[in-house]
Design a protein around this ligand. Sequence first.
Ligand SMILES: NC(=O)c1ccc[n+]([C@@H]2O[C@H](COP(=O)([O-])OP(=O)(O)OC[C@H]3O[C@@H](n4cnc5c(N)ncnc54)[C@H](OP(=O)(O)O)[C@@H]3O)[C@@H](O)[C@H]2O)c1
Length: 280
Amino acid sequence: MSHNAFARSIIVTGASSGIGAHCARALRADGWRVFATARKPQDIAALEADGIEAFYLDYREPDSIAALVEAVLSRTGGRLDALYNNGAYAQAGAVEDLPVAALREQFEANFFGWHDLTRRIVPVMRAQGHGRIVHCSSILGLVPVKWRGAYAASKYALEGLMLCMRAELDGSGIHVSLIEPGPIESRLAEHGLGWFEKNIDWQNSVHRDAYLPQLGRLRQGGVKSRTKLGPDAVYGVLHHALNSRRPRPHYRVTTPAKLGVLLKRMLPSAMLYRLLAGQA
Ligand SMILES: NC(=O)c1ccc[n+]([C@@H]2O[C@H](COP(=O)([O-])OP(=O)(O)OC[C@H]3O[C@@H](n4cnc5c(N)ncnc54)[C@H](OP(=O)(O)O)[C@@H]3O)[C@@H](O)[C@H]2O)c1
Protein backbone atom coordinates (compact mmCIF):
# COMPACT_ATOMS: atom_id res chain seq x y z
CA MET A 1 0.00 0.00 0.00
CA SER A 2 1.54 3.37 -0.94
CA HIS A 3 0.78 6.55 0.95
CA ASN A 4 1.12 10.14 -0.16
CA ALA A 5 3.85 11.63 2.03
CA PHE A 6 2.37 15.13 1.47
CA ALA A 7 -1.20 14.24 2.45
CA ARG A 8 -2.49 15.61 5.73
CA SER A 9 -2.68 12.93 8.41
CA ILE A 10 -5.46 12.12 10.86
CA ILE A 11 -6.29 9.54 13.52
CA VAL A 12 -9.94 8.43 13.53
CA THR A 13 -11.03 6.16 16.38
CA GLY A 14 -13.99 3.78 16.45
CA ALA A 15 -13.95 3.21 12.70
CA SER A 16 -15.52 -0.26 12.67
CA SER A 17 -19.07 1.01 12.18
CA GLY A 18 -21.37 4.01 12.04
CA ILE A 19 -19.91 7.50 12.03
CA GLY A 20 -16.26 6.48 12.34
CA ALA A 21 -16.43 3.91 9.53
CA HIS A 22 -18.00 6.49 7.22
CA CYS A 23 -15.70 9.36 8.17
CA ALA A 24 -12.50 7.30 7.83
CA ARG A 25 -13.42 6.40 4.25
CA ALA A 26 -14.67 9.89 3.37
CA LEU A 27 -11.42 11.41 4.67
CA ARG A 28 -9.40 8.94 2.63
CA ALA A 29 -11.47 9.86 -0.46
CA ASP A 30 -10.75 13.54 0.27
CA GLY A 31 -7.01 12.86 0.15
CA TRP A 32 -6.14 12.47 3.84
CA ARG A 33 -3.71 9.88 5.12
CA VAL A 34 -6.03 8.10 7.54
CA PHE A 35 -4.96 6.12 10.59
CA ALA A 36 -8.14 4.48 11.83
CA THR A 37 -8.79 2.25 14.81
CA ALA A 38 -11.03 -0.71 15.49
CA ARG A 39 -11.00 -3.67 17.85
CA LYS A 40 -11.95 -6.79 15.92
CA PRO A 41 -9.44 -8.25 13.42
CA GLN A 42 -12.09 -8.38 10.69
CA ASP A 43 -12.86 -4.65 11.13
CA ILE A 44 -9.15 -3.79 10.95
CA ALA A 45 -8.86 -5.91 7.77
CA ALA A 46 -11.90 -4.18 6.20
CA LEU A 47 -10.35 -0.76 6.79
CA GLU A 48 -7.02 -1.85 5.35
CA ALA A 49 -8.79 -3.22 2.28
CA ASP A 50 -10.04 0.33 1.69
CA GLY A 51 -6.55 1.86 1.81
CA ILE A 52 -6.71 2.96 5.43
CA GLU A 53 -3.89 2.27 7.85
CA ALA A 54 -5.69 0.49 10.66
CA PHE A 55 -4.70 -0.29 14.24
CA TYR A 56 -6.16 -1.89 17.33
CA LEU A 57 -7.35 0.55 19.98
CA ASP A 58 -9.52 0.06 23.04
CA TYR A 59 -9.79 3.28 25.04
CA ARG A 60 -10.13 1.22 28.23
CA GLU A 61 -6.60 -0.15 27.68
CA PRO A 62 -3.93 2.55 28.16
CA ASP A 63 -1.26 0.30 26.58
CA SER A 64 -3.24 0.20 23.34
CA ILE A 65 -3.40 4.01 23.29
CA ALA A 66 0.36 4.29 23.79
CA ALA A 67 1.01 1.66 21.11
CA LEU A 68 -1.26 3.42 18.61
CA VAL A 69 0.47 6.77 19.04
CA GLU A 70 3.91 5.22 18.77
CA ALA A 71 2.99 3.30 15.61
CA VAL A 72 1.37 6.30 13.91
CA LEU A 73 4.18 8.72 14.74
CA SER A 74 6.80 6.26 13.54
CA ARG A 75 5.01 6.19 10.18
CA THR A 76 4.60 9.97 9.89
CA GLY A 77 8.03 10.97 11.18
CA GLY A 78 6.57 12.40 14.37
CA ARG A 79 3.84 14.59 12.87
CA LEU A 80 0.05 14.50 12.91
CA ASP A 81 -2.31 17.10 11.49
CA ALA A 82 -5.56 16.02 13.12
CA LEU A 83 -7.21 13.80 15.71
CA TYR A 84 -10.86 12.78 15.60
CA ASN A 85 -11.92 11.13 18.87
CA ASN A 86 -15.04 9.16 17.99
CA GLY A 87 -15.11 5.61 19.44
CA ALA A 88 -17.59 5.24 22.29
CA TYR A 89 -20.61 3.31 23.52
CA ALA A 90 -23.84 4.26 25.24
CA GLN A 91 -24.65 2.58 28.57
CA ALA A 92 -28.41 2.93 29.06
CA GLY A 93 -30.28 2.53 32.34
CA ALA A 94 -31.75 4.63 35.14
CA VAL A 95 -29.10 6.25 37.32
CA GLU A 96 -30.25 4.41 40.46
CA ASP A 97 -29.82 1.07 38.62
CA LEU A 98 -26.27 1.80 37.45
CA PRO A 99 -23.58 -0.23 39.23
CA VAL A 100 -20.58 1.98 39.98
CA ALA A 101 -18.37 -0.38 37.97
CA ALA A 102 -20.58 0.13 34.90
CA LEU A 103 -20.33 3.92 35.26
CA ARG A 104 -16.54 3.67 35.69
CA GLU A 105 -16.24 1.55 32.55
CA GLN A 106 -18.38 4.03 30.61
CA PHE A 107 -15.97 6.78 31.64
CA GLU A 108 -12.88 4.68 30.81
CA ALA A 109 -14.14 4.24 27.25
CA ASN A 110 -15.84 7.60 26.59
CA PHE A 111 -13.77 9.99 28.68
CA PHE A 112 -10.44 8.90 30.23
CA GLY A 113 -9.31 7.12 27.06
CA TRP A 114 -10.10 10.21 24.99
CA HIS A 115 -8.13 12.37 27.40
CA ASP A 116 -5.17 9.97 27.30
CA LEU A 117 -5.02 9.92 23.50
CA THR A 118 -5.48 13.68 23.25
CA ARG A 119 -2.70 14.37 25.78
CA ARG A 120 -0.30 12.21 23.79
CA ILE A 121 -1.07 14.11 20.58
CA VAL A 122 -1.06 17.71 21.86
CA PRO A 123 2.77 17.89 22.29
CA VAL A 124 3.18 16.71 18.69
CA MET A 125 0.86 19.45 17.46
CA ARG A 126 2.47 22.09 19.68
CA ALA A 127 5.89 21.20 18.27
CA GLN A 128 4.67 21.52 14.67
CA GLY A 129 2.68 24.68 15.48
CA HIS A 130 -0.68 23.51 14.18
CA GLY A 131 -3.34 20.86 14.59
CA ARG A 132 -7.05 20.13 14.65
CA ILE A 133 -8.66 18.12 17.45
CA VAL A 134 -12.28 17.18 16.99
CA HIS A 135 -14.35 15.24 19.54
CA CYS A 136 -17.64 13.53 18.84
CA SER A 137 -19.73 14.57 21.82
CA SER A 138 -23.54 14.39 21.67
CA ILE A 139 -26.59 16.53 22.21
CA LEU A 140 -26.82 14.43 25.40
CA GLY A 141 -23.68 16.24 26.53
CA LEU A 142 -25.75 19.43 26.55
CA VAL A 143 -29.26 18.42 27.57
CA PRO A 144 -30.14 15.62 30.01
CA VAL A 145 -32.52 12.87 28.92
CA LYS A 146 -33.66 10.16 31.31
CA TRP A 147 -32.36 6.56 31.11
CA ARG A 148 -29.11 7.89 29.58
CA GLY A 149 -27.35 9.07 32.74
CA ALA A 150 -24.05 7.20 32.27
CA TYR A 151 -23.65 8.21 28.66
CA ALA A 152 -24.83 11.80 29.22
CA ALA A 153 -22.43 12.17 32.18
CA SER A 154 -19.51 10.98 30.04
CA LYS A 155 -20.37 13.49 27.31
CA TYR A 156 -21.00 16.36 29.77
CA ALA A 157 -17.58 15.60 31.28
CA LEU A 158 -16.04 15.61 27.83
CA GLU A 159 -17.58 19.00 27.03
CA GLY A 160 -16.19 20.50 30.25
CA LEU A 161 -12.72 19.04 29.88
CA MET A 162 -12.24 19.81 26.23
CA LEU A 163 -13.67 23.33 26.34
CA CYS A 164 -11.14 24.15 29.08
CA MET A 165 -8.40 22.64 26.92
CA ARG A 166 -9.64 24.64 23.96
CA ALA A 167 -9.12 27.88 25.90
CA GLU A 168 -5.71 26.73 27.13
CA LEU A 169 -4.59 26.01 23.54
CA ASP A 170 -5.50 29.51 22.40
CA GLY A 171 -2.67 30.92 20.28
CA SER A 172 -0.94 27.53 19.86
CA GLY A 173 -2.28 26.93 16.37
CA ILE A 174 -4.26 23.94 17.67
CA HIS A 175 -8.02 24.15 17.26
CA VAL A 176 -10.50 22.11 19.30
CA SER A 177 -14.08 21.46 18.14
CA LEU A 178 -16.95 19.44 19.56
CA ILE A 179 -19.53 17.75 17.33
CA GLU A 180 -22.89 17.31 19.05
CA PRO A 181 -25.12 15.03 16.97
CA GLY A 182 -28.68 14.03 17.62
CA PRO A 183 -29.89 10.70 16.17
CA ILE A 184 -27.54 9.30 13.49
CA GLU A 185 -27.78 5.94 11.69
CA SER A 186 -25.18 3.66 13.26
CA ARG A 187 -24.81 0.60 15.49
CA LEU A 188 -24.85 2.64 18.73
CA ALA A 189 -28.23 1.28 19.90
CA GLU A 190 -27.37 -2.30 18.92
CA HIS A 191 -24.11 -2.08 20.86
CA GLY A 192 -25.92 -0.32 23.73
CA LEU A 193 -28.38 -3.21 24.06
CA GLY A 194 -25.51 -5.52 25.00
CA TRP A 195 -24.27 -3.09 27.65
CA PHE A 196 -27.79 -2.65 29.06
CA GLU A 197 -28.36 -6.40 29.33
CA LYS A 198 -24.91 -6.91 30.86
CA ASN A 199 -25.06 -4.24 33.55
CA ILE A 200 -28.68 -3.40 34.39
CA ASP A 201 -30.76 -5.75 36.52
CA TRP A 202 -33.86 -4.38 34.85
CA GLN A 203 -36.24 -7.22 35.71
CA ASN A 204 -35.85 -6.38 39.41
CA SER A 205 -35.89 -2.60 38.99
CA VAL A 206 -38.63 -0.22 40.11
CA HIS A 207 -38.35 1.06 36.51
CA ARG A 208 -39.12 -2.36 35.01
CA ASP A 209 -42.22 -1.19 33.12
CA ALA A 210 -40.53 1.93 31.82
CA TYR A 211 -37.62 -0.18 30.55
CA LEU A 212 -39.83 -2.21 28.21
CA PRO A 213 -40.24 0.55 25.60
CA GLN A 214 -36.54 1.41 26.06
CA LEU A 215 -35.63 -2.18 25.28
CA GLY A 216 -37.89 -2.08 22.24
CA ARG A 217 -36.11 1.07 21.07
CA LEU A 218 -32.67 -0.51 21.47
CA ARG A 219 -33.78 -3.77 19.79
CA GLN A 220 -35.00 -1.94 16.71
CA GLY A 221 -31.68 -0.08 16.41
CA GLY A 222 -32.62 3.18 18.14
CA VAL A 223 -35.30 5.75 17.46
CA LYS A 224 -37.08 5.53 14.12
CA SER A 225 -37.48 9.10 13.03
CA ARG A 226 -37.34 11.17 9.91
CA THR A 227 -35.00 13.51 11.77
CA LYS A 228 -32.39 10.75 12.00
CA LEU A 229 -29.58 11.43 9.56
CA GLY A 230 -26.85 9.33 7.98
CA PRO A 231 -23.22 9.53 9.16
CA ASP A 232 -22.48 11.75 6.14
CA ALA A 233 -24.19 14.57 8.08
CA VAL A 234 -21.46 14.29 10.73
CA TYR A 235 -18.80 14.16 8.05
CA GLY A 236 -20.09 17.47 6.69
CA VAL A 237 -19.26 19.29 9.93
CA LEU A 238 -16.09 17.29 10.56
CA HIS A 239 -14.92 18.51 7.16
CA HIS A 240 -15.58 22.10 8.24
CA ALA A 241 -13.79 21.61 11.58
CA LEU A 242 -10.74 20.22 9.78
CA ASN A 243 -10.59 22.62 6.85
CA SER A 244 -12.11 25.95 7.79
CA ARG A 245 -9.85 28.86 8.68
CA ARG A 246 -12.17 29.41 11.62
CA PRO A 247 -13.37 26.06 12.92
CA ARG A 248 -16.30 26.39 15.30
CA PRO A 249 -16.23 25.30 18.93
CA HIS A 250 -19.57 23.50 18.56
CA TYR A 251 -21.27 21.74 15.67
CA ARG A 252 -24.83 20.59 16.26
CA VAL A 253 -26.02 17.93 13.82
CA THR A 254 -29.70 17.04 13.19
CA THR A 255 -32.82 19.07 13.88
CA PRO A 256 -33.41 17.53 17.35
CA ALA A 257 -29.89 18.56 18.42
CA LYS A 258 -30.37 22.13 17.15
CA LEU A 259 -33.80 22.32 18.76
CA GLY A 260 -32.44 20.99 22.06
CA VAL A 261 -29.84 23.76 22.22
CA LEU A 262 -32.41 26.40 21.26
CA LEU A 263 -34.85 25.26 23.96
CA LYS A 264 -32.07 25.16 26.55
CA ARG A 265 -31.29 28.80 25.74
CA MET A 266 -34.89 29.96 25.72
CA LEU A 267 -36.75 28.05 28.42
CA PRO A 268 -36.48 28.30 32.19
CA SER A 269 -34.72 25.12 33.46
CA ALA A 270 -37.77 23.65 35.21
CA MET A 271 -39.83 23.98 32.03
CA LEU A 272 -37.04 22.51 29.88
CA TYR A 273 -36.62 19.50 32.17
CA ARG A 274 -40.38 18.89 32.27
CA LEU A 275 -40.45 18.92 28.48
CA LEU A 276 -37.46 16.57 28.24
CA ALA A 277 -38.94 14.17 30.79
CA GLY A 278 -41.88 13.65 28.47
CA GLN A 279 -39.58 12.92 25.52
CA ALA A 280 -37.74 9.80 26.59
N1 LIG B 1 -25.48 7.48 16.54
C1 LIG B 1 -25.94 8.50 17.23
O1 LIG B 1 -27.17 8.75 17.26
C2 LIG B 1 -25.00 9.41 17.97
C3 LIG B 1 -25.50 10.62 18.48
C4 LIG B 1 -24.64 11.45 19.18
C5 LIG B 1 -23.31 11.10 19.33
N2 LIG B 1 -22.84 9.94 18.83
C6 LIG B 1 -21.41 9.62 19.01
O2 LIG B 1 -20.85 9.22 17.78
C7 LIG B 1 -19.68 8.44 18.02
C8 LIG B 1 -19.69 7.22 17.10
O3 LIG B 1 -20.76 6.36 17.47
P1 LIG B 1 -21.72 5.67 16.38
O4 LIG B 1 -23.05 6.29 16.50
O5 LIG B 1 -21.07 5.61 15.05
O6 LIG B 1 -21.88 4.20 17.03
P2 LIG B 1 -21.32 2.77 16.62
O7 LIG B 1 -21.78 2.38 15.27
O8 LIG B 1 -21.67 1.89 17.76
O9 LIG B 1 -19.74 2.99 16.56
C9 LIG B 1 -19.00 3.16 17.75
C10 LIG B 1 -17.54 2.86 17.48
O10 LIG B 1 -16.84 3.05 18.72
C11 LIG B 1 -16.06 1.88 18.96
N3 LIG B 1 -15.84 1.67 20.39
C12 LIG B 1 -16.73 1.26 21.34
N4 LIG B 1 -16.12 1.12 22.52
C13 LIG B 1 -14.81 1.43 22.32
C14 LIG B 1 -13.67 1.44 23.15
N5 LIG B 1 -13.72 1.08 24.44
N6 LIG B 1 -12.49 1.80 22.62
C15 LIG B 1 -12.39 2.13 21.31
N7 LIG B 1 -13.42 2.13 20.46
C16 LIG B 1 -14.63 1.78 20.97
C17 LIG B 1 -16.84 0.75 18.32
O11 LIG B 1 -15.97 -0.33 18.10
P3 LIG B 1 -16.46 -1.89 18.18
O12 LIG B 1 -17.17 -2.18 16.90
O13 LIG B 1 -15.18 -2.65 18.33
O14 LIG B 1 -17.37 -2.00 19.38
C18 LIG B 1 -17.29 1.44 17.04
O15 LIG B 1 -16.24 1.46 16.10
C19 LIG B 1 -19.70 8.13 19.52
O16 LIG B 1 -18.78 8.99 20.20
C20 LIG B 1 -21.11 8.45 19.93
O17 LIG B 1 -21.19 8.81 21.30
C21 LIG B 1 -23.65 9.07 18.14
